[in-house]
Design a protein around this ligand. Structure first.
Ligand code: AMP
Length: 306
């Protein structure tokens, strides 16, 4: 059972009420593969970086069992760069800068050993690249999950709609779900988005948790309440990595019970990422840390009716 992740590997510069960072490591695929590494052994990455990307970061992923054979390094190019500023509530942010750099014309090559993957995670990146990856798989993965964001709805909606038709699951945040569907009610938005292709949809609501919609599923999971949120960047990607990594560990079981547990694991993984900048917390986890928080979340959300 292998998981292949595609998506941005990036430099980020962030402003939060706690402070400002210079260029630090970010990127959707970086967070996804690292989060998934706590669940799956065969964890493969296809992405592109420039010659400016530090070798230590590639080693960090490899140390967590991520196979980076599909990470193209364009020596003369620059790594994708994103800069964002969080509002006082830490739940909303503005993008200040997006420089696609080597990601703009990325022509993804899937190593032969990655073909036949069971699970394909299309992390946030250019929708045309996400579609190309599916087309370049010699056999269709058992499950394909997609994440995206408002930028692509603004500049590449047709490509995004084309790839949506080809996937099984999608994760998206509440603002993006409203933009994609044109509906304010998240239940109506979910219905419309599911008509676009994916059978299962997770709407992430930041510190307010996540909603799961599926043929036989309707579930709300709280976010793990923390005293301090230091930097929310990567929470959505970490959620996706934890969620899909869990589904992979369950051999692709998409029953309601499995999906619910996957959402909880996704929430818990995200709660670690936001405790520090970049990958600083995510890279130091153990299975015990994760399981302990899952148990706490279960107790927190349990109640008896009547
Ligand atoms: P999240 O906080 O989970 O929504 O994702 C944050 C990560 O997404 C950052 O580390 C960025 O590098 C990355 N990112 C931001 N904008 C884009 C974009 N347009 N395409 C791909 N990745 C992006």
């Amino acid at each position: 059972m292998s998981l292949l992740t595609v998506g941005s590997v990036a430099f980020d510069a962030l402003e939060t009420p706690f402070g400002k960072t210079d260029k630090i490591i970010g990127g959707a695929a970086t967070y996804i593969t690292l989060a998934a590494s706590y669940f799956t052994k065969e964890n493969n990455l296809v992405a592109v970086v420039g010659g400016d990307f530090p070798d230590e970061m590639i080693s960090l992923l490899q140390d967590h069992g991520v196979n980076t054979e599909g990470l193209e390094i364009v020596k003369e190019g620059k790594t994708f760069f994103w800069s964002g500023k969080y509002h006082e509530d830490m739940n909303t942010r503005d993008t200040l800068v997006t420089e696609l750099n080597v990601m703009e014309h990325f022509d993804p090559i899937i190593p032969e050993s990655f073909q036949g993957t069971t699970f394909l995670m299309l992390g946030n990146t250019v929708p045309a690249t996400q579609k190309l990856i599916i087309e370049r798989m010699t056999s269709r993965p058992k499950l394909i999950m997609l994440d995206t964001m408002n930028l692509w709805m603004n500049i590449a909606m047709d490509d995004l709609k084309a790839v949506l038709k080809m996937v099984d699951l999608i994760t998206i945040n509440d603002e993006e779900a409203r933009q994609l569907s044109g509906e304010y009610s998240l239940r109506k938005a979910a219905k419309k988005i599911m008509e676009m292709g994916p059978k299962t949809l997770i709407i992430k609501k930041g510190e307010h948790g996540a909603l799961l919609f599926g043929k036989n599923s309707f579930f709300a999971a709280p976010a793990f309440p923390l005293e301090d949120v230091y930097d929310p960047t990567g929470a959505g990607d970490t959620f996706a990595g934890g969620f899909f990594g869990f589904i992979a560990r369950q051999d692709g079981d998409t029953s309601d019970s499995s999906l619910r547990r996957a959402v909880v694991y996704g929430s818990v993984m995200a709660s670690f990422t936001v405790e520090k900048f970049s990958l600083d917390r995510l890279k130091t986890l153990t299975q015990e840390h994760i399981d302990a928080r899952v148990r706490m979340l279960r107790e927190l959300a349990q109640f008896e009716a009547g």
